[in-house]
Design a protein around this ligand. Structure first.
Ligand code: PNS
Length: 161
C-alpha cells in the first residue's frame, strides 16, 4: 500500500492545490493532506478552519484524508507511515527552496522520497497569498478557489478591510 503526504499551509486551499491533490490521489493508495498547525506566516484561517475547508473541497476523493500536524514534516511522514512527500512546483522560483527541503528531508529519513508534480499551467502563478491579497482589496477570486472557499474568505474578511 503506497501512502503519500501532501503537506502545506493551505491558507486557504486554492484550485492549484486541488489540482495537485486530484492528480496525486490517482498515483497512490492513500493520500494524506498534512496541514501545518503553527505557521510562522500568521494564517488568516485557524487550523480547524483550514482542515475543515480542505475536507469539504476534497470530499469527492475517497482515498484522501486530512490531518493537522506540527513539528517536523519528516516526523509526520513517519507517523503516517508514508514513503512519499508530494510537492507542487509552479515556477523555477520555487525550485531552490523545494530542493533544499527535499534533500534535507531525505537526509533525515532516507526511506522517504519527495515527488514533485508540475503545476497545471493554468495555476502556475497562483498562491494562497495572492488570493488573500486580491480578496482583501475586494477583487474577484472565483477563478482561483472553489465557490465554497470564496464564501469562506468573504465571511472571514467581512468588516476587516
Ligand atoms: O504551503 P507551504 O507553506 O509552502 O508548506 C511548507 C511546509 C509546511 C511543507 C514546510 O514549511 C514544512 O514542512 N514545515 C514543517 C517543518 C519542517 O519539517 N521543516 C524542515 C523542512 S526541511
Amino acid at each position: 500500500m503506497t501512502r503519500a503526504i501532501y503537506p502545506g499551509s493551505f491558507d486557504p486551499i486554492t484550485n492549484g492545490h486541488t489540482d495537485i491533490i486530484e492528480r496525486s490521489a490517482k498515483m497512490v493508495d492513500h493520500l494524506i493532506i498534512g496541514v501545518l498547525t503553527n505557521n510562522a506566516k500568521s494564517p488568516l484561517f485557524t487550523i480547524d478552519e483550514r482542515t475543515d475547508m480542505i475536507r469539504k473541497v476534497t470530499a469527492h476523493l475517497e482515498n484522501v484524508t486530512v490531518e493537522a500536524f506540527d513539528g517536523l514534516l519528516i516526523d509526520f511522514a513517519k507517523k503516517c507511515e508514508a514513503s512519499i512527500i508530494i510537492r507542487g512546483l509552479r515556477a523555477v522560483t520555487d525550485f531552490e527552496y523545494e530542493l533544499q527541503m527535499a534533500q534535507t528531508n531525505h537526509v533525515l529519513s532516507p526511506s522517504v522520497d519527495t515527488v514533485f508534480l508540475t503545476t497545471n499551467l493554468k495555476y502556475s502563478y497562483l498562491s494562497s497569498s495572492v488570493v488573500k491579497e486580491i480578496a482583501h482589496f475586494g477583487g474577484n477570486v472565483s477563478e482561483f478557489v472553489s465557490p465554497y472557499i470564496e464564501d469562506r474568505i468573504k465571511e472571514k474578511l467581512k468588516g476587516r478591510a
